[in-house]
Design a protein around this ligand. Structure first.
Ligand code: URA
Length: 433
């Protein structure tokens, strides 16, 4: 087989066979096929697309490029959850203890933030001592003992995707439906859960800006998961403004804790309920949506979800005291209010810009090696549809550096579109598939 022939075939609109797909994935992972040939193939795929069978084969080849975890040692139906990423998306922090408290074992792989979106692992590290670098054995033991464990993605998990994603990132070939779906699903399949609930975001803070594309991506991933023998569900949810009110690592942890105390923002609580319902149904601990919701609500009202979070944090080396007293979490020294520039209604928030403001404050990574400041970020007081008066606080900003705070404040104000006409509140849940 020759890489040249594969590139030519795809360039002419042909369909790659499973053998051809495995050939280039394996060859690239081993370093036998150079970047320039794989770049050319990625570009040909971007223009000519892949059919569902090719997409499945690519997913499976990337899954098999490294370790595939066996979670057989964990009792019960293991349910994983994946978000395509966004701003203020602290869902896993609240959702996983809720679901675990309802009896569904959660064995989850999470990633760090990159670009304008945050990552669950960075957020969890706001608990002093917390670590996601645990062995597979420890991971399995923790799930069996307390019902929940979160592990960082190891280098051995879908290494082909890691290499391909880095290449796509610099060759303008990220935004292809098949390439995104196979990239996400290869990692999820390698992580070994029995069932997967996807939270596919849509809007200015998401990867997919258009709702139609988000639905198409959700369907593509559902179909891959099912063909690979997993039970699947997907929720398409709004990311055209930050989720909840907090953006920034420790601030988001605080909001997740408040949500588990029953004092969380309405939209964030609702998303946790919606995703949690799907996880409980797939996990077999509820037969109807009503029953699932009832159990999730109980996990909050009885405090069992909050207790589960404390157990989880402690089991992974963290200090659980902050779970009961979030004021113990790290806080930034400079706290300022961001004033509304005029009267009116919030019509739009450029969500990715809010993520960039957090990045500018030091809350995200400019590159893979950057150290992040867990204490910085913003808590939004005004969201789409809200009335504002000039000088009202749009948000409270938490910063460690005055110059950065000033630059981020300007950018934050520019991200808000305030107009005379009131617009309806944004619909959070766009669909459940
Ligand atoms: N996230 C991934 O893991 N892969 C993509 O291709 C896009 C988003």
């Amino acid at each position: 087989m020759r890489m040249y022939d594969l590139i030519m075939k795809k360039r002419q609109g042909g369909t790659l066979t499973p053998e051809e797909i495995r050939y280039f994935v394996e060859g690239y992972t081993k370093g036998e096929i150079p970047d320039y040939q794989v770049s050319a193939l990625m570009m040909a795929i971007w223009f000519r697309k892949m059919d569902p069978q090719e997409t499945l084969e690519l997913t499976l080849a990337m899954r098999d490029s490294g370790d595939v975890l066996s979670l057989e040692g964990i009792h019960g139906i293991k349910v994983d959850k994946h978000s395509t990423g966004g701003v203020g998306d602290k869902t896993s922090l609240a959702l996983t203890p809720m679901v675990a408290a309802c009896g569904v074992p959660v064995a989850k792989m999470s990633g760090r933030g990159l670009g304008h979106t945050g990552g669950t692992i960075d957020k969890l590290e706001s608990f002093p001592g917390f670590s996601t670098s645990i062995s597979t054995q420890q991971f399995i033991e923790n799930v069996n003992r307390i019902g929940i464990a979160i592990m960082g993605q190891t280098a051995d998990l879908a290494p082909a995707d890691k290499k391909l994603y880095a290449l796509r990132d610099v060759t303008a070939t990220v935004d292809n439906m098949s390439l995104i779906a196979s990239s996400i699903m290869s990692k999820k399949l390698a992580a070994g859960a029995d069932a997967i609930v996807l939270d596919v975001k849509t809007g200015s803070g998401a990867f997919m800006k258009e709702e139609e594309d988000s639905f198409a991506l959700a369907k593509e991933m559902l179909s891959i998961g099912r063909m690979a023998g997993k039970q699947m569900a997907a929720v398409v949810s709004d990311m055209d403004q930050p989720l909840g009110r907090a953006v920034g690592n420790a601030l988001e942890v605080r909001e997740a804790i408040e949500t588990l105390m029953g004092k969380g923002p309405e939209d964030f609580t609702e998303l946790c309920m919606t995703l949690g319902t799907q996880m409980l149904l797939l996990g077999g601990v509820a037969q109807t949506e009503e029953e699932a919701r009832g159990k999730l609500e109980e996990s909050i009202s009885t405090g069992s979800a909050l207790k589960k979070l404390a157990e989880f944090v402690e089991a992974q080396g963290g200090d659980p005291a902050a779970v009961y007293d979030p004021s113990l979490l790290t806080t930034a020294p400079l706290v300022t209010e961001i004033p509304a520039p005029c009267d009116g209604y919030v019509r739009k928030i450029a969500c990715d810009e809010i993520g960039i403001c957090s990045l500018m404050l030091g809350g995200g990574r400019e590159n893979k090696e950057s150290e992040i400041d867990l204490s910085v970020g913003m808590v939004l007081h005004k969201k789409v549809g809200d009335a504002v008066k000039k000088g009202d606080s749009l948000a409270t900003m938490y910063a460690s550096d005055a110059a950065k705070a000033e630059a981020a404040t300007k950018r934050f104000i520019a991200a808000y579109e305030i107009g005379e006409e009131k617009v309806p509140e944004r619909k959070l849940i766009r669909g459940i598939l």
